[in-house]
Design a protein around this ligand. Structure first.
Ligand SMILES: NC(=O)c1ccc[n+]([C@@H]2O[C@H](COP(=O)([O-])OP(=O)(O)OC[C@H]3O[C@@H](n4cnc5c(N)ncnc54)[C@H](OP(=O)(O)O)[C@@H]3O)[C@@H](O)[C@H]2O)c1
Length: 238
């Protein structure tokens, strides 16, 4: 067991559920958060509900952790296709303000609000980790093919917040780690519509992705707080 306790926001998703199960299987007490309520069942898993677009629900979810916050908090939620079926834009001609705002609400503002309520609970004298699932496509310098404007921009903005929060926390919490994670291309509902043209071997199953990410999280240190890492533990450029 690498952490006594952990919280996964988005434990109903492909990657989040696999991470919750993997951690629970190691003996970690896991708080498994979802909007839908469909989180995996395990003796070490305690479900909770939250909605990324409802700050109060996040505040209420973390309230019971005040005296003993989880040592590891992972935001594993996120969208590439919006709930109404609107897919990622291939051209700037397709950008719609409401869709773009919703993408940011779910991929950027939601994780920012979770951090807002979780980070103040972290103790100053012990190691704690806050990680959010980002994506390599949020890297500006690594962007060679463009497209997916709102998704890419929402993840780039998330990466900026991760760096900002790491700087702010580093002033008072020397052992805190804030990180972004790129899971690779993982076989989940999110990637399913976009898997057709993938080269062989590029699609990872969710259990493998969870194991990769947990390994990366276990190897992080406060010196690299604020960075985004891929599933191999390599830093994703800004
Ligand atoms: N799969 C990939 O290839 C891939 C690649 C790069 C990055 N990522 C990132 O990895 C993360 C997880 O992706 P995934 O593939 O596991 O996706 P997924 O299976 O579609 O899961 C999405 C998760 O987001 C949650 N969610 C969506 N709207 C929500 C809301 N309003 N409030 C609370 N939770 C909400 C869902 O909860 P409910 O079902 O309970 O609503 C679900 O837990 C995302 O941030 C994604 O961008 C994935």
């Amino acid at each position: 067991m690498r952490w006594d306790s952990a919280a996964i926001f988005g434990a109903s998703g492909g990657i989040g559920a696999a991470m919750a199960m993997a951690l629970a299987g190691e003996g970690t007490q896991v708080f498994a958060g979802s909007c839908s309520g469909y989180v995996p069942e395990h003796a070490n898993i305690e479900p909770f509900r939250f909605n990324l677009t409802d700050e109060k629900s996040i505040e209420v979810a973390v309230e019971p952790w005040k005296d003993a916050p989880p040592e590891l908090v992972v935001v594993a939620s996120g969208v590439l296709t919006l709930p109404d079926g609107t897919g990622p834009e291939r051209s700037f001609r397709h950008v719609e303000p409401a869709a773009m705002a919703q993408m940011f609400a779910l991929n950027t503002v939601g994780p920012a609000l979770i951090a807002k309520h979780v980070l103040p609970l972290f103790p100053r004298d012990r190691a704690s980790t806050f990680a959010a699932l980002s994506a390599r496509v949020g890297s500006i310098s690594d962007n060679r093919i463009g497209g997916w404007h709102s998704y890419r921009a929402s993840k780039a903005a998330l990466n900026m917040l991760i760096r900002n929060y790491a700087i702010e926390m580093g002033r008072t919490h020397k052992q805190a780690i804030i990180a972004g994670l790129h899971p690779g291309t993982v076989d989940t509902a999110l990637s399913e519509p976009f898997q057709k043209n993938l080269p062989d071997g590029q699609l990872t199953d969710a259990d493998q992705a969870a194991s990769n990410l947990i390994g990366v999280l276990a190897g992080l240190s406060p010196e690299t707080s604020g960075d985004v890492f891929d599933w191999k533990g390599e830093r994703v450029p800004e």
